[in-house]
Design a binder for this molecule. Structure first.
Ligand SMILES: Cc1ncc(C[n+]2csc(CCOP(=O)(O)OP(=O)(O)O)c2C)c(N)n1
Ligand SMILES: [Mg+2]
Length: 656
């Protein structure tokens, strides 16, 4: 309680006031926030990641220190434990992965210093918002008073006096506020919590906190720091929407479901399994929705779209009604609007977010996935697709599954053609799949592996597949593996990481060492970009600039492979490294990694041939090709491009 303040500036407060800095009040407030859904309550913030510099070292930093000292001296856990990260972009990735693994009910706060410290978080802010994953960014700002302006790292915009580098967060944030006076803090914090816990609006929430304001003291109403529980909504659909959707489904001959991330976030997997068992409707899955049905479920057709299975894509091509559940209909899901070719195809969208629910001109069912599926199943009681459609599904899946089996276990003809020490990527994925526990989590974000995993990975347990493909951000994997492990220490995490992704951001290995976090990184060395290399070739650009090689005598980047030793690099950062050069050694390394004590990161270094591809999707992804060119390869690619483009459809017909 404050004894010294003559008149409270916030007006009457029944419980009195407490004098704290803006930073201390922020940290104290965050430590008392909870989320609750379906009666289950948990802390909203597991802790705070950060890197200190001017702007937060004496503001939020002092507040976190004070909280840690008081708690540890009392033999307690700090309300908001602090973890030092190595790169601000990474620490947000770690937080996002944690939140995704926790079905968006828990996350972390991230504090960064003025200028580059804060703007380093821009990339991951975009990633969080695009994937609709909650994370709180405490970006530090230059003086609100401008007393010492321009300070180190301050932007001086000639066109406006109130712009700072943190304004760059505005378009990337689900909510943005700048606290220039202590009085603004309560409403800023309340709005931040509202958005973080709103399943339709969530994403990166940015609070810009100028360095002087962080250190300013104020008399806060004590009620501000009481435990507060934010209810996460589980909305049911309007009856009229369920009725309309039911009529469309009953009229369909070849309905199909596209399951997106919303199925997982609403924990609707069992409801989906029950719905499809009752109706016989097959399921294609987006990257975020993969694992909605587990491998072996008779209605699972696997991945749909550009990186889809031939089974799901065959169903999609002829579907007359597509029920999207918790999907944002990205171009990879729709194969750039070529996946659905039935003339009369219509869409039904079950989604909590209006922005997604209206896409493809679909019938809008604004609802939580589990609630809507339960209501729809009741309304459809007694109805199912025809038996011939079930047989077709079984045959399509069997053909695809056999192709995956062949990729997991390449024939002698394939392996004999490999250079010594190289494996195929399908073989690597297959061994990780077959030698890990069903509960272990596989993780990826960019390169060729997200597509290969989407097509081929067999998901055997809920939350065991984690591919970030909204932003597909190189560098996500390593920091994200820490977040997943922190979210669930009972599972091993296998991060599938390309050499390009590793070189982009290997530094969180050091944080894993510091915090003794066991993550297993499968580092796939193929000396460059397998993914963009093959895309480049397909588009007529001849793999230009996609190989990690010396510049050759003729001036091209086509010399010898660069003599970089990523295994030694990982070792130097403190990881335990297992180097393998044969399938048997790889299998042994996976088993060994699993058996290692849970006290730090393990890296398995394996080399693969980037020219052996996963089974073909028979699908397309729209990447524009030059309309005019001196190169034959580009001219050919442009002709192929036009053929595909002719199949693109704009879905604008009303759903019914
Ligand atoms: C931050 C970022 N920069 C660029 C890209 C474009 N990109 C996608 S995959 C890729 C190459 C990835 O290389 P690597 O990690 O070695 O995986 P590989 O393709 O060899 O499987 C690039 C440059 C991206 N997704 N993210
Ligand atoms: Mg590579």
């Amino acid at each position: 309680m404050s004894e010294t303040v003559p008149q409270p500036t916030t007006g009457y407060t029944p419980g009195g006031t407490v004098r704290l800095t803006v930073a201390q009040a922020t940290v104290e407030f965050l430590a008392h926030q909870y989320s609750e859904r379906d009666g289950e309550r948990q802390k909203l913030f597991a802790g705070c990641f950060g890197i200190f510099g001017h702007g937060n070292v004496a503001g939020i930093g002092q507040a976190l220190l004070q909280m840690e000292e008081v708690a540890l001296d009392a033999g307690e856990e700090p309300g908001l434990p602090y973890v030092l990260a190595r790169n601000e972009q990474s620490m947000v990735h770690t937080s996002v992965a944690y939140a995704k693994q926790k079905d968006r009910l828990q996350t972390w706060a991230c504090t960064a210093s003025v200028g580059p410290g804060s703007t380093n978080m821009l990339t991951s802010a975009a990633l969080a918002t695009i994937n609709r994953i909650p994370v709180l960014l405490l970006a530090s700002g230059t003086f609100s008073t401008r007393r010492s302006s321009p300070v180190l790292q301050e932007l001086e915009a000639p066109y406006a006096g109130d712009v700072t580098v943190n304004d760059a967060f505005r378009p990337l944030s689900a909510f943005f506020d700048r606290v220039t006076r202590p009085e603004q803090l309560p409403s800023a914090l309340m709005s931040a919590m509202r958005v973080l816990t709103d399943p339709a609006a969530t994403g990166a929430v940015t609070l810009a906190l100028p360095q002087d304001v962080q250190a300013e003291a104020f008399d806060w109403p004590v009620e501000m720091f009481e435990d507060r529980t934010w209810h996460v909504a589980v909305p049911r659909a309007e009856v009229s929407r369920i009725t309309a959707a039911t009529e469309l489904i009953k009229a369909a001959k070849r309905p199909m479901i596209v399951a997106g991330g919303g199925v997982h976030y609403s924990v609707a997997e069992e409801a989906l399994a029950s719905f499809t068992e009752a109706t016989g409707i097959p399921v294609g899955e987006t990257q975020a929705g993969k694992g909605s049905l587990l491998h072996g479920h008779p209605r699972l057709m696997g991945a749909v779209g550009s990186t889809g299975t031939t089974a799901a894509n065959a169903m999609a091509a002829q579907a007359d009604l597509v029920i999207g559940i918790g999907t944002r209909w990205s171009d990879f899901t729709t194969a750039s609007r070529t996946a659905f070719q039935n003339d009369g195809v219509r869409f039904v969208n079950i989604n909590v977010a209006q922005i997604d629910a209206v896409k493809q001109a679909g019938l809008t069912v604004l609802a939580d996935a589990k609630e809507a599926l339960t209501d729809l199943q009741a309304a459809l009681a007694g109805w199912s697709v025809e038996d011939a459609y079930l047989t077709e599904q079984a045959e399509a899946w069997a053909a695809w599954d056999a192709a995956v089996e062949a990729s997991y276990h390449p024939s002698a003809e394939v392996t004999d053609a490999l250079a010594p020490g190289l494996l195929t990527q399908g073989n690597v994925l297959g061994m990780v799949n077959e030698l890990t526990d069903p509960r272990d989590v596989v993780l990826c974000a960019a390169g060729s592996m997200p597509g290969d995993l989407h097509k081929q990975w067999r998901v055997r347990e809920r939350k065991a597949y984690h591919v970030e493909y909204g932003y597909s951000c190189m560098g996500y994997e390593l920091p994200a593996s820490l977040g997943i492990r922190l979210a669930d220490e009972s599972r091993d995490v296998f991060a599938m990481l390309g050499d390009g992704g590793y070189l982009m951001m290997p530094t969180e290995l050091v944080t894993a060492v510091q915090e003794r976090i066991k993550v297993i990184i499968v580092l796939v060395q193929n000396h460059g970009f397998h993914s963009i290399g093959s895309l480049s070739e397909e588009l007529g650009s001849q793999r230009f600039g996609t190989k990690y090689r010396f510049r050759g005598d003729a001036g091209r980047l086509d010399g010898e492979k660069l003599p970089i030793d990523l295994a030694e690099n990982a070792r130097s950062l403190g990881a335990t490294v297992l180097e393998v050069s044969s399938p048997d050694e790889f299998a042994k390394a996976v088993r060994e990694a699993k058996e290692m004590p849970a006290d730090g990161p393990v890296v398995i270094h394996v080399q693969t041939d980037p020219l052996v591809y996963a089974p073909d999707s028979e699908s397309w992804w729209d990447v524009p090709v030059s309309q005019t060119s001196e190169l034959e390869s580009t001219k050919d690619a442009y002709q192929r491009y036009l053929e595909h483009q002719a199949k693109q459809r704009q879905f604008v017909a009303p759903a019914g």
